[in-house]
Ligand binder design. Structure first.
Ligand code: AP5
Length: 212
């Protein structure tokens, strides 16, 4: 099964991915997580991506397409969930071409719809574990001990691009460059829309229901 998760920054793509991956044994491929790992490792790719990410702009298509093509190569036969990729029509066309060469297609596009006005609270309240990548929220999804990861006891951190000014840029970029992808995929009849304004548990039920 090959799934694309679409949605604005903070829509809950990473949160919902965890559930889908666990249910179906798929590989979670988050372009944002891969970029953050490259940055942490100080690679050339990470250095190139840094300025774009910190300002809320998109990393250029050619860098992302090459990076994600490599990641998809390593997916198990069960398939993958793409989180944050594709993010432009160019990226989607490149993905379709790469899959077509292997006689594969995207089976489902899960589109998480959230009002802009609730995004900022989600983003500024997000905390993540720098070691295992687990995601929490200071109000909606608290760790057992404040500021500490439940999985490995590491101190939680706030992403540098989760401040209000950068969040506003990321949202503007989303509406301008990524939202048109919904129509791109709608033509293929694989899009499932979800009201992601609701609590994460309610969204989870309906995302999984769409795939049963
Ligand atoms: P990326 O890391 O992909 O960020 P994003 O798309 O902006 O998405 P987020 O990870 O911020 O949000 P999410 O939807 O996963 O929400 P989450 O589940 O964490 O990209 C970062 C940057 O990398 C980009 O700006 C760009 O520069 C670059 N980049 C990445 N991919 C690229 C590409 N393909 N092309 C070019 N550049 C690229 O949830 C958010 C918070 O809300 C959490 O605290 C969570 O606990 C909480 N929450 C989640 N769901 C709910 C709910 N239903 N109710 C209440 N709270 C909830």
């Amino acid at each position: 099964m090959r799934i694309v998760l679409l949605g604005a920054p903070g829509a809950g793509k990473g949160t919902q991915c965890k559930n889908i991956v666990g249910q179906y044994g798929l590989l979670h491929l988050s372009s944002g997580d891969i970029l953050r790992r490259e940055r942490a490792a100080g690679t050339e790719l990470g250095k190139k991506a840094q300025g774009y990410m910190d300002s809320g702009a998109l990393v250029p298509d050619e860098i992302i397409i090459e990076m994600m093509a490599g990641a998809i190569e390593e997916a198990p036969s069960a398939g993958f969930v793409l989180d944050g990729f594709p993010r432009t029509v160019n990226q989607a066309v490149a993905l379709d071409k790469a899959l077509d060469e292997r006689s594969q297609t995207i089976d489902a596009v899960l589109n998480l719809e959230v009002d802009d006005k609730i995004i900022e609270a989600r983003m500024t309240g997000r905390r993540s574990c720098p070691k295992c990548g687990a995601v929490y929220h200071i109000v909606n999804l608290k760790p057992k001990t404040e500021g500490i990861c439940d999985n490995d006891g590491t101190e939680l951190v706030q992403r540098p691009d989760d401040n209000p000014e950068v969040v506003a840029n990321r949202l503007e970029t989303y509406h301008r460059l990524t939202e048109p992808l919904v129509d791109y995929y709608r033509n293929s009849g694989t899009v499932y829309d979800f009201d992601a304004n609701r609590d994460a548990d309610e969204v989870k039920v309906s995302v999984l229901a769409s795939k049963s």
